[in-house]
Design a protein around this ligand. Structure first.
Ligand code: AMP
Ligand code: GLY
Length: 429
């Protein structure tokens, strides 16, 4: 079998690692490719120098190489319609179609879907006009949340604590176009309070099979301080999502979303990722994503026992109802090691020391994100550099093991949070 994974982050390293462990890869002639990949992925797959958003380049490669299955990591290619183009060419691909992925690339669409199908989310209005947005803000007051409707790499959301801040956010998004055309339309929504948790599920458009819960840490510094990032660490499971709450989320959010998309003529296949907040009035959706999370995927792949290719093929063939996914009961924790300065400007090209020591630990896998090979040394090549991921009998043990591995690794200017998982160990008062 020949598989192509599209992307170059820690999420893609975890996917390639899990796919490489599939029993299918014992057969002669099996190969895994990753486009464009990174230095860690290159140790277990063949990296191909084609960018994740170069859809025609990827299509040409998949045809020429006779790829049996393509797996898409990031939202960029989904938004550009990679799934539609591959399917048109008769190729098998795992991911959401362009119209299904609109649940992620347009917050205005995603909010209207939730409204229409009564999926619990923050109350909101959509604006294309600055003056109307500002008068709405004045009517509602702060705290309030202002969001660019389009894709903004997790940065287009401003939680404003004062009216002035909210008005500045509207100007930043609409007038200054800080997020480009993503800000032609904006959402103003009610501020919600509660603990956040991610729930990802495989779906073939009919059956929805959830993965275990996971909790990301979005802010760059300890105690959730500093600017938002792509994610600085994750633990799974997240105790805040109890069995009872999971049942509610499946019944009120995940299943209605997949059914709603079908009713809208947008059959949803691939991964549905709900960013949730557990409020005093129950779980509500902050956002939907149409892909695996990064870094959520790193601990989730460590916990997944079932062959992922079986599940992906069942999604494509719409026979997920016959599949049961087994998960390791133990906990898993991923600590992201980032380049100093991230999420702002950061250095590249620093040699990473201690990778082999950490990777040699039994319960640890070091997933690479922004790394490259230079003069036969592994060097930093991105903001988030590594996702050091460990298993343990519970979160406390997994955290201990992950940080033991982190302590073996270093480079010039390395930065990471020291409190990943702490909330799950000492519940917030
Ligand atoms: P989003 O990209 O929409 O998930 O938003 C990014 C982050 O902003 C979330 O993880 C929350 O921490 C925060 N956020 C978004 N929407 C709200 C809201 N309605 N109330 C409070 N915080 C929010
Ligand atoms: N970890 C957040 C995301 O993947 O969007």
């Amino acid at each position: 079998m020949k598989v192509l994974v599209v992307g170059s982050g820690g999420r893609e390293h975890a996917l390639v690692w899990k796919i490489a462990n599939s029993s299918r890869f014992t057969t002669h002639g099996s190969r895994i490719f990753c486009a464009p990949g990174n230095a860690g992925i290159a140790q277990i797959a063949e990296c191909v120098d084609i960018k994740a958003e170069d859809i025609s380049g990827l299509l040409e490669f998949a045809k020429k190489e006779g790829i049996d299955l393509t797996v898409v990591g990031p939202e960029g290619p989904l938004t550009l319609g990679i799934v539609d183009d591959f399917e048109k060419a008769g190729l098998r691909i795992f991911g959401a179609s362009k119209r299904a992925a609109e649940i992620e690339w347009s917050k205005a669409f995603s909010k209207s879907l939730m409204k229409k199908y009564a999926i619990p989310t923050a109350g909101y209005e959509v604006f294309t006009d600055r003056e109307r947005a500002v008068s709405y803000l004045k009517e509602k007051g702060a705290p309030i949340v202002v969001k660019a409707s389009g894709l903004a790499a997790g940065k287009g959301v401003i939680v404003a604590t004062t009216l002035n801040e909210a008005v500045s956010a509207v100007d930043l998004i609409m007038r200054d176009k800080a997020f480009g055309p993503a800000g032609d339309e904006l959402i103003i929504e009610e501020f919600l309070e509660g603990e956040e948790v991610s729930l990802l599920a495989f779906t073939d458009g009919k059956t929805v099979l959830p993965m275990p819960s996971a909790q990301d840490h979005k802010r760059v510094f300890d105690n959730d301080e500093g600017p938002n990032t792509g994610g600085m660490g994750v633990y799974s499971p997240a105790p805040v999502l109890t069995k009872a709450l999971l049942d509610t989320v499946m019944k009120e959010i995940m299943i209605p979303a997949v059914k709603g998309m079908a009713s809208e003529g947008r059959p949803y296949k691939g991964i549905l990722y709900a960013g949730l907040i557990i409020t005093g009035n129950g779980p509500k959706v902050l956002e939907f994503n149409a892909r695996f999370g990064d870094p959520e995927t790193q601990p989730l792949m460590m916990r997944m026992k079932t062959d992922i290719l079986e599940v992906m093929e069942a999604v494509i063939d719409e026979r997920l109802y016959g599949i049961k996914i087994e998960w390791d009961d133990r906990a898993s924790v991923c600590v992201v090691m980032a380049a100093g300065g991230y999420p702002g400007d950061y250095r590249k090209g620093d040699e990473i020391i201690g990778l082999d020591d950490a990777a040699g630990m039994d319960e640890v896998t070091v997933f690479h994100a922004g790394t490259a090979l230079k003069d036969s040394k592994i060097v930093t090549n991105g903001g988030r550099v590594l996702g050091v991921t460990a298993s343990g009998s519970d979160i406390r043990e997994a955290v201990k093991e992950a940080y033991r591995a982190v302590s073996k690794i270093t480079w010039n200017g390395v930065h990471y949070r020291k409190d990943i998982g702490r909330r799950a160990i000492t519940p917030a008062k």
